[in-house]
Design a protein around this ligand. Structure first.
Ligand SMILES: Nc1ncnc2c1ncn2[C@@H]1O[C@H](COP(=O)(O)OP(=O)(O)O)[C@@H](O)[C@H]1O
Ligand SMILES: [Mg+2]
Length: 377
């Protein structure tokens, strides 16, 4: 990629190159990721010039076979999709749900209530992506954007050991960026190009993608501004995943929506912005000690759910228990009972707990009651 120098493009001189570099745009690939509007903003060049430059950059990448053409035959798209890599989750159940694992060139969103295992899943995937290809990995590193200060290297060490890997090597292949506010979170991603290239990053994790935006933009009046920023962030993440052939994994908290009677009573925060940009969306749900993962709105996966466990090894298949085994995988037919069961699971962020209790249509049972939850059996 060394020959993708910015100054190899006509109209890009040393001054512009310097301005772009200061903003984290280091080569032609980064130029495409950011797009003409941003490039114009960053450099002060007019929009037409920026469009010309970005178009030339795109043309060059197409010629070098690094990105797809604007018009492609369905056969070409099909062939390209055959090349998409997958990162196995190391479990049969979640691999079944994901049809093999987390996909590169795609954004997978995992949403669910507090302690449903989103962060544990992220930690597990940091280890999985490093495994050799014949073991389901991509022999690549992870860029972990931690917005909640919940990344724990100790967990990585434990998970690596359980998987028979050298913990020190595994830690070395994880680059952690702690984001302190939403603007910083965006900046980290904007400047991630060189880090991705230099460290053979194959997985980008943002845990959580929405938390900081939510904390900073409070109240109805700020909703539009929040969605606009979040939109920018999530689109950037998608474009990076496509451009660098990485898998992107973003987590999202859910907010209880007692007003929803038909359909899912929990809604990911960030609403439509995240939902419409994610390629795949998975809903994690607590069910006593077990966890349930459901594929939601996938363009090509069947709507189904699986049971998984959280263990020392990170996410894991549920224990070999004959009674459970036959129910481990099942197709979902949304039913009224199930919807109310979900409501009863008390899906809420801690601060919304009280509100939730008042408005739930049925009485809320303590979590341990969920062990016998109908829809898991
Ligand atoms: N070392 C471990 N062994 C087994 N389970 C664990 C371990 N660490 C965390 N867990 C489980 O993970 C849960 C927290 O999941 P987490 O991924 O942090 O949730 P969130 O969805 O909020 O990110 C805990 O409640 C516990 O059940
Ligand atoms: Mg978490």
């Amino acid at each position: 990629m060394e020959d993708l120098r910015l100054d190899s493009l006509e109209g890009v001189g040393p001054v512009t190159t310097k301005k772009l570099a200061d903003a984290g745009v280091h080569n032609i690939m980064d130029l495409i990721v950011r797009g003409p509007v941003e490039i114009a903003d960053l450099t002060g060049m007019d929009k037409e010039t920026a469009e010309k430059i970005v178009n030339k950059a795109r043309q060059q990448l197409i010629e070098e076979g690094l990105i797809a053409r604007d018009f492609e035959s369905a056969t070409d798209i099909y062939k390209r999709r055959q090349d998409i890599d997958k990162i196995s989750t190391g479990t049969d159940c979640l691999d079944l749900l994901l049809d093999g694992g987390l996909e590169t060139q795609a954004l997978t969103e995992v949403y669910g209530e507090f302690a449903c295992g989103k962060t544990q899943f992220c930690h597990t995937m940091c280890v999985q992506v490093q495994k050799p290809k014949d073991e389901g990995g991509l022999e690549g590193g992870t860029l972990y954007i931690d917005t909640e200060n919940t990344f724990r290297p100790e967990r990585i060490v434990t998970i690596a050991k359980v998987h028979g890997m050298d913990p020190e090597k595994v830690l070395d292949n994880i680059i952690v960026a702690r984001a302190y506010n939403s603007a910083h979170q965006i900046l980290i991603l904007e400047e991630s190009g060189p880090v991705i290239r230099e460290n053979n990053i194959k997985l980008i994790i943002v845990d959580s993608a929405v938390g900081l935006f939510r904390a900073e933009y409070l109240g109805r009046g700020t909703l539009a501004a929040r969605q606009q920023k979040l939109n920018h962030f999530v689109h950037l993440l998608s474009r990076i995943a496509e451009t660098y052939n990485c898998a992107a994994l973003a987590t999202n908290q859910v907010m209880a929506s007692p007003d929803v009677f038909f359909g899912d009573p929990t809604r990911p925060i960030g609403g439509n912005v995240v939902a419409h940009t994610s390629t795949y969306r998975i809903y994690f749900k607590k069910s006593g000690k077990k966890r349930i993962a459901r594929m939601v709105d996938s363009p090509h996966h069947p709507e189904q759910e699986v049971i998984f466990a959280l263990t020392e090894a990170g996410v894991a298949d549920p224990e070999e228990d004959t009674k459970k085994k036959k129910t481990a995988f099942k197709k979902v037919e949304p039913k009224k009972e199930e919807i109310s069961a979900l409501t009863e699971a008390g899906v809420a962020d801690p601060e919304e707990g009280t509100k939730k209790k008042n408005t739930a249509s049925k009485k809320v049972e303590p979590e341990k009651e969920d062990t016998e939850n109908k829809n898991t059996e």
